[in-house]
Design a binder for this molecule. Structure first.
Ligand code: ADP
Length: 447
């Protein structure tokens, strides 16, 4: 087991890792920007090292400063959290060169799996169902036209190296195809540094359902059930729950088996998430995320596992202690991502928190690094708290979530709490009959 872990992140996920490490008797090192010097992750870590100014590119994403902090700290492992350097194979390599363990997959696996088009091609060879589309990235216009005609319109153009729901373009007819393809290429180059594009059938009314997996260094893989992340705004998740309420037992079992098979086919180790779209009948793989996800607590609460401790154990070369038959669904769980933003316009709302009350009671977990008097910086992501609840079924979880949203007091900044209060009482949410377009199309009345 490790002696000292440096957490290359900030805010709630840094706290989450610090807490897991402390419970394992491992000492912790925080890194922080000057903007974050009064943050809770700095306060709660055993040591803290400043890595630069507010701008993430100059601090949390600054490879040489973070590398220097790792070297100076005397740590023997690094946890990247999510975002920032968590999916950067160069960073994994830097850790290797410094002789410290990166808590996650190795650099080769990470870079192979970052090419979303390539991953789909690999999985097709193993008969894993993926969204119909191009075989890898599209090299020329003839292939583009032929693939789109073969799978049928509407189609979706996606950046092979993309993420964060960015840079996707729906094409509804052939006349628009080449123009949209060229525009998508330009956008991908600017956003992701590479302009490779692939094509997929656009599924009109999907549910987003993903499977949490854990793989050790010895080829053992288990799944920790699925999460339903269908409630999205512009392809970004807002609320997640586990289990999904729209799968039959047979489909659920098949999905889990498929995810484990895919994980083994990809030779993946550590914690990962395989994302699928479900059209009511069939599910199709879209991508694998090679890190811990924002929404991991819903799986932790539903199944009673600690995914961060598992990540640490796997990275320290332990065999998976969890056996599939012992991983049992215990509760229905739900998470709301509470952002510091205007709930009507979704604009960030930075500022000083001057009144705070955090909900509690049975079945409630809040992952957050906020405190009264804290300044919510405009320099970083607007996520300020994850409110997670569990219930014996979906309805109990929903009512508990509403109770907690009503209790939650955050003053000084606007938050997405009123948004969730409205959504959780809609007919579509209560009956669980919505799809990924619900918020964009129906609720916000946008096409
Ligand atoms: P990213 O990595 O940018 O988050 P994903 O491939 O994970 O992109 O997709 C994010 C979301 O975009 C999905 O949850 C879904 O809402 C939508 N999406 C992606 N692919 C398709 C598709 N082929 N058809 C319909 N919606 C899609």
């Amino acid at each position: 087991m490790f002696r000292k872990i440096l957490i290359a992140n900030r805010s709630e996920i840094a706290l989450r890792v610090i807490r897991a490490a402390k419970e394992l008797g491992i000492s912790t090192v925080a890194i922080y920007s000057t903007e974050d010097k009064n943050s809770m992750h700095v306060e709660l870590a055993d040591e803290a090292i400043c890595v630069g100014p507010a701008l993430a590119a100059e601090s949390y994403l600054n490879l040489s400063n973070v590398a220097q902090a790792i070297a100076n700290s005397g740590c023997d492992a690094v946890h990247p959290g999510y975002g920032f350097l968590s999916e950067n194979p160069t960073f994994v390599n830097i850790c290797k060169d410094l002789g410290v363990t990166f808590i996650g997959p190795d650099d080769k696996t990470m870079s192979n799996l970052a090419d979303k088009a390539k991953v789909k091609s690999i999985l097709n060879k193993f008969d894993i169902p993926t969204v119909p589309g191009s075989d890898g990235s599209i090299e020329d216009i003839d292939t583009l036209k032929k693939t789109a005609a073969d799978i049928g319109y509407p189609v979706l153009l996606k950046a092979s190296w993309g993420g964060g729901g960015k840079g996707m373009r729906i094409v509804r007819n052939e006349e628009d195809l080449v123009r949209e393809f060229n525009a998508a290429k330009m956008e991908a180059k600017v956003s992701f540094g590479k302009d490779d594009i692939y094509l997929e059938k656009f599924i009109e009314h999907p549910r987003h359902i993903e499977v949490q997996v854990l793989g050790d260094l010895y080829g053992n893989v288990v799944h920790i059930g699925e999460r339903d992340c269908t409630l999205q705004r512009r392809h970004q998740k807002l609320l997640e729950e586990s289990p999904s309420g729209v799968l039959s037992e047979e489909k659920r079992r098949k999905l889990h088996e498929t995810a484990v098979l895919a994980t083994k086919a990809l030779g993946y180790q550590n914690a990962g998430t395989l994302e699928f779209l479900f059209d009511g009948e069939n599910f199709y793989f879209i991508e694998i995320n090679t890190r811990i996800q924002v929404e991991h607590p819903v799986s932790e609460m539903a199944y009673g596992v600690d995914l961060i401790k598992e990540q640490i154990a796997i990275a320290s070369k332990e065999q998976l202690s969890l056996k599939q038959e012992d991983i049992k669904l215990k509760f229905h769980t739900m998470e709301c991502r509470i952002n510091a933003e205007d709930p009507d316009r979704f604009y960030p709302s930075p500022g000083m928190i001057n009144k705070l009350f955090i909900p509690g009671g049975p079945g409630v977990r809040v992952d957050s690094a906020v405190y009264c008097g804290m300044n919510v910086s405009p320099s970083y992501d607007s996520l300020i708290a994850k409110l997670i609840v569990k219930g014996s079924d979906r309805e109990e979880a929903r009512l508990r979530m509403l109770r907690c949203l009503n209790e939650f007091v955050i003053e000084g900044v606007k938050t997405s709490i009123p948004f969730f209060q409205r959504i959780l009482t809609t007919k579509d949410f209560v009956s669980n009959t919505y799809d990924t377009n619900f918020i964009d199309k129906k609720f916000l009345n946008k096409s």
